[in-house]
Design a protein around this ligand. Sequence first.
Ligand SMILES: N[C@@H](CCC(=O)N[C@@H](CS)C(=O)NCC(=O)O)C(=O)O
Length: 219
Amino acid sequence: MSDIVIHSIPGSPFGRAALVALEEKGARYRLAPVVPGTLRGPEHLARHPFGRVPVLEHGDFRLYEAQAILRYVDRALPGPALTPAQPRAAGRMDQLMNINDWYLFQGVANVIAFQRIVGPRLLGLTPDEVAIAAAMPKGHAVFEELSRQLGDQSYFVGDSISLADLLLAPQLDFMRATPEWAPLAAGRENLQAWLDRMNGRPSMQATTWERVAAMAQGS
Ligand SMILES: N[C@@H](CCC(=O)N[C@@H](CS)C(=O)NCC(=O)O)C(=O)O
């Protein structure tokens, strides 16, 4: 039995990023599924005072916030380094991780993917088309900047994968399942090719919504 546990909800992009990092490290871990309706309950709030996922447990150490988890996994576990040694590349990686959290998630993915996928699939809600349309200008700005930063590189900070790729890929793969992906990705072929490259990695294949749902069932 592994001493690494990830508390998460199948489908959660931030939760998936934690799982992808563990997979890239070749680490053994266990998924402890959190039932969406229990996020604000006392049991989960004891793990995460803001009632979100993911939460990592490593022995008696507990950590929440996806970026902190990814960096911890990279520092604490053996396996390939997921942070570039070169300071400028590491700075670029950190910047991209914040673009994910502050600009891609806030106001774009947490509107569009929520309205299109999470709301209808998990909560039985009808998408709010006005909210989705209002999120599109910011979406275009974020996709434009991600495409610009990626340029003709294989990964966001060069030839090797980094934590930035691992945080961004689950979020963008979630967006790809919405009809808004087509206009947002149009003309940004480098971003589409990068996501295809990421989705070809065993770490992404092992952590699809279906695979994580199966883990949650204990299979
Ligand atoms: N800043 C947090 C964001 C985590 C987050 O928003 N997770 C979503 C799932 S992808 C969540 O828990 N949503 C539940 C809610 O907002 O009630 C992190 O990086 O871990």
